[in-house]
Design a binder for this molecule. Sequence first.
Ligand code: C2O
Length: 565
Amino acid sequence: ARTRRYTFNVTMATVTRLCVTKSVPTVNGRFPGPRLVVREGDRLVVQVHNNINSNVTFHWHGVRQLRSGWADGPSYITQCPIRPGQSYAYDFRIVGQRGTLWWHAHFSWLRATLYGPLVILPPRGVPYPFPKPHRQVTLMLGEWFNADPEAVIKQALQTGGAPNVSDAYTFNGLPGPTYNCSSAAGDDTFRLRVRPGRTYLLRLVNAALNDELFFAVANHTLTVVQADASYVKPFAAATLVISPGQTMDVLLTASASAAAAAPSSAFAIAVAPYTNTVGTFDNTTAVAAVEYGPHQSAAAPLRSLPLPALPRYNDTAAVANFSAMFRSLASARYPARVPRTVDRRFFFTVGLGADPCRSRVNGTCQGPNGTRFAASMNNVSFAMPRTASLLQAHYQRRYSGVLAANFPAVPPTRFDYTGAPPNNTFVTHGTRVVPLSFNTTVEVVLQDTSVLGAESHPLHLHGYDFFVVGTGFGNYDATNDTARYNLVDPVQRNTVSVPTAGWVAIRFVADNPGVWIMHCHLDVHLTWGLAMAWLVNDGPLPNQKLPPPPSDIPRVRLAIKMFPY
Ligand code: C2O
């Protein structure tokens, strides 16, 4: 194992997309940010210097951070933000994980431009459990806003309404030929050059702020081999569904017949949203190209490539069918250590809600029925602490004024979650966490609610991978649904979508001491409070305890103002 050192200089840089030139936060002047490549077992040290006029933190999405919670990165959860002019070194090991993960800013909506891939190669000499690809390509799907994303969310919070949607989806930051407006034709298109008969490993990441995405390549079938840096039983799919936060490694074989069939020898890669969202969404399709042989440099032919067939934007059945395909490898070499018994069971409702307008809000309230949008779990809308990080409070055992260790295990009232909502839809607010003793086996059933319309929510758990042991539509039924759990080869992930008007059950063992946020990876929902945190206590042995914070951890600062309310 080696130590890999990287420096992240966070600076503003000029970027042009969709004919709009603007200054955006970047890492080392690059958008998207640099690709980090490590091997399983390596130590990673990323020295961050904040040179922009905003607070920032970085999160290594999916990295387990075993006893290195100080490096996890969500602002106010495991650290106070790195203030302008400050530095902080994220120092952690990659233990027992391999595949594709990614990193992104975890403060406000800065991850709109501050993100990049984190590729974890197997230990030297260890093969993949699938045919060795000819080449590996990381492909990050993103979302581009012509406006400043910080201004977009700030305005939404002031009016109480939904934020403006993005202007395009992107492939490694490129929106595709439809939007090409430069004279250097084709510059805005991601192109994957392939040779017939060869197989390519696409390391896909959905880095979009607010949209789950369909992904397909015209005339090509994809083979899924990995999800969230865990191997799965390989399966073929014409269309993928990737939720924000999720990663998916897929094999694409360039076929000779495909090349012969197309005169241009190019095929469209298309990305479009999957949503049942309340209100508007970015309903654009982004296009990239798979190119055989000598490529066409002009954008014009790319514009006329036939698009692969994609499901309708709200095709929840197609999404459910795709999700059902995922099984962990569960082989002798890669066993699935699924917890068979459970120490503590939780039932969390997940969904949108509303708040009364407050007097200090400017103008009228543009949320539902003159209220302000909010989101919650078990009707608690998560309030970010302002004076210390939760991990700091936990480490110093000083909860008062920072957090309350009483997040409810079940919702305050039971109702028909996927039917007509109850009358009073107002949420409560608080920084409430669930304390867990070390090594507790946890089951959480996440139930979507239709209070403001049913919608799928990509839930991400920090600090752990979990097993997805069950899922279904309608209201979760403890007796019948539990009996149908898959405890043999359930997929292991760090982000799972709670299906629209449905539920999903996950299990994990709380063997990593620290404070771990679990939240919806749609940034607008996170901003509205769709989050909670687990506080996992130390175990009795020295190697089961959270070490002290590094000396350069950003200092506590009183009265930090994050959002204007
Ligand atoms: Cu990728 Cu808390 O996030």
